[in-house]
Design a protein around this ligand. Sequence first.
Ligand SMILES: Nc1ncnc2c1ncn2[C@@H]1O[C@H](COP(=O)(O)OP(=O)(O)OP(=O)(O)O)[C@@H](O)[C@H]1O
Length: 295
Amino acid sequence: MLILKNLHKTYPNGVHAINDVTLAIPNGVFGLLGPNGAGKSSLMRTIATLQEPDSGSIHFDGVDVVKDKACLRRQLGYLPQDFGVYPKVSALELLNHFAVLKGLTHKGERREMVEGLLHQTNLWEARKRAIASYSGGMRQRFGIAQALLGAPRLVIVDEPTAGLDPDERNRFLNLLARIGEHVVVILSTHIVEDVTDLCPRMAMIGRGRVLLQGRPQTAIDTLRNCVWQCAVSDAALATYQQRFTVLSTRLVGGKPRINVYAQTQPDDGFVNVEPALEDVYFLQLRQQPAVAAAA
Ligand SMILES: Nc1ncnc2c1ncn2[C@@H]1O[C@H](COP(=O)(O)OP(=O)(O)OP(=O)(O)O)[C@@H](O)[C@H]1O
């Protein structure tokens, strides 16, 4: 169990990137959902001990992470947002090299772990190819393989599915789901479907604050009977946006289709639709306090 209590972090430029974050994160894949700039990477980096919080506490299985960074680092696997290392050496060589750096000094054990991870991430067939020649999805799977070296009990992956095609994305999420059966996995993402498809628990963050946390389905259920949909004309769109809480606008066949949040039918032509996590997400973002709270 990872427990964050009243965490704060303000950068020297005055951005309050983590604002009173309190979360309890059990085993399984935990989704951390928020738009660009919400503070996800800042939170991930702080948990990964790459930067210190200004105040608040982080405990992992009872150990104070801020005080005992080495203990957390021994149990941590981290795939940063920009892994950035795609050299011309093969995956097998590089993973072996990382394993040595991670302290896996016994040759036989190291080999077993490296080969096991290449199988687990479906890179075995391509293990002798240079990583520079890998597709985006293969690189992300290699990133996960290196994160899993040393059998970590806390795995942090920062926006791993951005830019992956649907097949690769599914493959990657399935891999995370299997890993999450045994350890804490934190998946930071701005892609709502990643959380819907994968995470039994999640938190939404905006401007450094936790806006909502819990089970995705519970959050979706709170919007039952409150999401209304209507196809509108381009000319009328701005008026609807002024009159109603418009959650999202999507072009369907070239015409805007809007989702509106309302307790009763907002206007003629609106039909009630099943809510989705995306509706919850947009409502939370719309209801955020004004910018002053983020400063
Ligand atoms: N080292 C830094 N120094 C100053 N400001 C920073 C630093 N890192 C992040 N920020 C700012 O803190 C806020 C949160 O950024 P962060 O990268 O944590 O968000 P994010 O949710 O991960 O977004 P993205 O998906 O765009 O990476 C942003 O306003 C960002 O500009």
